[in-house]
Design a protein around this ligand. Structure first.
Ligand SMILES: [Cu+2]
Length: 158
């Protein structure tokens, strides 16, 4: 009886070990499955990001009739960029606009980060004029038009 019980315990122990090994194998393959799933998800993300960048670059348009379009005045909005990227805005409207950092005229630091200005060589006075700014730090950079402060946009730098 003792021997039988021993062997039963042994076989239970062996079964247990087999079960642990089987579990280990299945658990071991689970992380691999998750990692490969994440990798393929990342690859999908990065390829879609790449295609967005290759078509849009770091260019923002001030669209026609921008003064009436609020957060649709700038396209794309928000613009996603990387640290060190230069973003170029092109005035595709027929009237004078500005690209001025800050959330609006009441923002006491408006224009500190960047400002195409109300005069000077970078002023977006007419159709086709461009203004560029290089972003050296990560963060969210809201901007607006000084002439039509309802025009708002944002650059997100990562
Ligand atoms: Cu404007």
């Amino acid at each position: 009886m003792v021997m039988i019980r021993m062997s039963t315990q042994k076989s239970i122990a062996i079964l247990g070990i087999v079960a642990v090994i089987a579990l280990g194998v299945s658990l071991g393959s689970l992380p691999y499955a998750l990692v490969s799933a994440q990798q393929s998800a990342n690859m999908t993300n990065s390829s879609s990001t790449t295609s967005t960048n290759s078509t849009g670059g770091n260019s923002v348009s001030i669209v026609p009739n921008a003064s009436t379009l609020a957060d649709k005045a700038f396209a794309p909005n928000p613009l996603n960029a990387k640290v060190g990227d230069t973003v170029t805005w092109t005035n595709k409207d027929t009237v004078f606009h500005t690209v001025t950092s800050g959330i609006g005229p009441s923002d006491t630091t408006h224009g500190k980060e960047f400002d195409s200005g109300l005069s000077g060589p970078t002023a977006l006075t007419t159709q086709g004029k461009t203004f560029s700014h290089k972003f050296m730090t990560a963060g969210e950079f809201p901007y607006f038009c000084q002439l039509h402060p309802t025009m708002v946009g944002k650059v997100v730098v990562k």
